[in-house]
Design a protein around this ligand. Sequence first.
Ligand code: IVH
Length: 657
Amino acid sequence: MTKAQAQQRIIQLRQEIERYRYAYHVLDRQEISEAALDSLKHELVTLEQRYPDLITSDSPSQRVAGQPLPGFKKVRHTRPMLSLNDVFSFQELQNWAKRIQKLTTATVQYYAEIKMDGLAVSLIYRHGQLVEGSTRGDGIVGEDVTENLKTIESIPLHLQGNYPSTVEVRGEVYMTKRDFAALNQREGNKYANPRNVSAGSIRQLDSRIAASRKLSFMAYDCVADLKVTTHSAVHAQLQQFGFRSNPLNQLCASLDQIQVYHATILKQREQLDYWTDGVVINIDDLAVFAQLGSVGKAPRGAVAYKFPAEQATTIVQAIQVQVGRTGALTPVAELRPVLVAGTTVSRATLHNADEIDRLDVRVGDTVIISKAGDIIPDIVQVLTNLRPAHTKPFRFPSRCPACNTAIERRSGEVAYYCPNPNCFAQQRERLYHFVSKAGFDIRGLGPKIIDQLVTVGLVQNFADLFILTPGDLEPLERFAEKSAYKLIQEIQHASTISLERFIYALGIRHVGEETAIVLAQQFGDVKKLRQAAVGYNRDHDLLQNIPDIGDVVAGSIVDYFSDKKNAKQLDHLLKKIHIEKSQPVGTRKTFVLTGTLTTLTRDAAKQIIRQAGGKVSSSVSAQTDYVVVGDNPGSKYDKAKQLGVKILNEDQFKKMI
Ligand code: IVH
């Protein structure tokens, strides 16, 4: 066969494979057997191996998994990937619709979609070719997982029909019930939650894993200049591009129709081959949707109308009291494993001692548990008729189950605390938190290893982690020369960290990821944060005047930094690690908005500025970097001109952001 003939054959094979792929993965039509399709693919691969210069990135052969990547590249989304607000009842849906009717005079139609229970991804096509695929990440910056997404057969590698030069498609990666069951059968029921399997597979550096898991993709949005005016038309267009858009999606003219749709899907849900946790209602008119803008992280023009939490019954096998990193004691029921809402549940929180009293839950009881989406399952009721003889009410311990210190209740709080700062369990929990993903993210350093390190006395506080050597680890269980060396490398690698992660990792009460970001942006340096906290009494306003930080959080930050032990621990730690400088507020660009923007609400514009790392101010001064001017601007516009501050119109602003 000449090269020209090979090229001809390759083109035909690709078209044929592509046609069957589309029929099977997008249209649900199996036109040839899997074995036959495999042999077409095999022929294609063989030819391409002979003439590697004929390989194109969109050839079906390129869905084959590649070598593991050293790490994911970060990708900034063209437009933030938002999330949705939830409603759980028809009443709440009506309230949502009423709020919208106050903001627009248009008569609205609704596009109702199935809410797929998977993970959101974004796909970028340039000149019709898939060039980049990313995870949602924090909504602003995601991870480049192109290679993994390319292994998903329902994602086209190139678009069909006519398309603009750049197209971004958003949708959900998920696993069908059938593929999930098959995976569990292959791997001995290893997986409890299909969503976690999808997310875990997409975030693997080795794309062979994603390829072996058989994931699917359902498109729900497109960011491109499509010249259409409704969301339903966007879906029609997505189908023309070659995507799977859910055939059960439906246009609804009224809330009553939505109600019928919701009830119908709820009934049908068991029969569907994928998991869904509700329906998504969109305002169909794109102009109205855009005009409504967003509040917080969610658009006003769409809402998730969730299905009621699912329930199941099971038996309480034990009640444990766990000690958290702050010393709070949380009772947890250990359950006979049971499947609820697509997940195997073996534990449920009992919240606190009062809740146990209220339910009178006892070991041996049959209970109803309820679970909605990601929320930790709850025990809602005890079936006392099924209670075995001779059970006793559960008595909350009076001493810490880990260190035996007498427990305390703080005024105004329902939780009991272990007041001993040296409590082994707290120490361990603080270390788990410290190395966790959102903190130092030390891979390979899980709870079991931390427990060992603490037990043998190698690690007592954070700084100790950074002086470990391979020789320290080798004698421990689960370690050999290579693995010991590898973990030390991971620890060293993690010792350079961003300020926000560092603040989060300290485990200060009430300081989660969001607050840590706010503090990092505000202070830009951990020493400054510490000074502000320790000098709090003198410098009263400093912490409290920060947006999103109230009394309680400020108080807990002050407590943390004023504690002598923490101070010492921090000093040691700072000598061992390197904190990357983050942008302090002073270097963030300041924006002032004036006049009416046509495609964004004020709040949406502010949100976008903040998410991009900028600051919004209400008055123009020489310190202002940009004034964004909409229709009918006020005196701020004149002042900006006077002071020579850079002026942006809405288009320029959007391009810049
Ligand atoms: S529209 C503003 N439609 O639900 C975000 N989302 O709770 C655009 N999801 O992060 C969402 N199926 O991952 C939309 N048919 C659907 C969906 C859907 C699943 C997910 C999506 C989003 C989450 C929001």
